[in-house]
Design a protein around this ligand. Sequence first.
Ligand code: XMP
Length: 333
Amino acid sequence: DWIMGDYIEEAVAKIREQVGDEEVILGLSGGVDSSVAAALIHRAIGDQLTCVFVDHGLLRLNEGDMVMDMFAGKLHAKVIRVDASDLFLGQLAGVTDPEKKRKIIGGLFVDVFKAEAAKLKASGQGHKGASFLAQGTIYPDVVESGGTKTKKATTIKSHHNVGGLPEQLGLKLLEPLRELFKDEVRELGVALGLPHDMVYRHPFPGPGLGVRILGEVKKEYADLLRRADDIFIQELRATIDPATNKSWYDLTSQAFTVFLPVKSVGVMGDGRTYDYVVALRAVQTSDFMTADWAELPYSMLKRVSGRIINEVRGINRVTYDVSSKPPATIEWE
Ligand code: XMP
């Protein structure tokens, strides 16, 4: 609409003024905030923006290709995809503690990003090297780090944190979404031409599947989990609640599949199976501080479990998590 159009023009003018003829680097994660920031900055300064997309191997099915297709393919933005999955999985081998896993993933993320920034500077292909680091910081992040939100006083889980990165890289910060709330960021994303489904996606944690595979992370587990999770999300999108005429994806705040590295016995055809278990998790919440498990239709749960067990060889049992937060958290780790 015209209001958003005016907003974009203003924001674009501001970015151009701030950046001048300098270069900007941005870490693209596939999440809503960094995607919208990238689309907006690209609208403003085109090829002066370079996006670095670190694929840690713990993304959802086809997510990396989708991000590349959108930003490099459709928006024609400069995007460097770094396939760092071997590095991440290597460092995670043998590590079972959730907080240790988070620290390893967060730390490697920063290392890989820094290395790319340095390479970019050295490459000289039309580059003076970036002088700005762009981030998709939104207003609630600003408020949170200002300590205004008292609820966050005790950190139960250390979140993906890139604080201090601009100083370490010697870069100035560019944060064009700093004044926006999440719903405004989404509207902006749609107005900039990002697909509705990308912009209205459920939140996805920075450590990705690393905290949705309980205990040690292995490629085999991640591959199974990706396929099971994709089936769950497909069915959530496809199942419409007749009372509201909305999909169960839109009726839930976050929904995903968790990999449980235990084996249970099953039967398939004439044979006995001894395979892994997954848990489905779906919650409704307004602030993610408290959450109710979602009362998904049994018919849908039945379809999801049937499809996962039939289509994903290696998983023979599906459970549904009926725990609310508190005392359970939304993620299992
Ligand atoms: P919990 O599990 O604490 O999750 O109830 C609340 C919200 O935070 C997300 N979450 C994370 N996000 N890095 C992130 O970027 C993390 O390490 C992390 N841990 C949890 C979770 O997905 C939910 O939306």
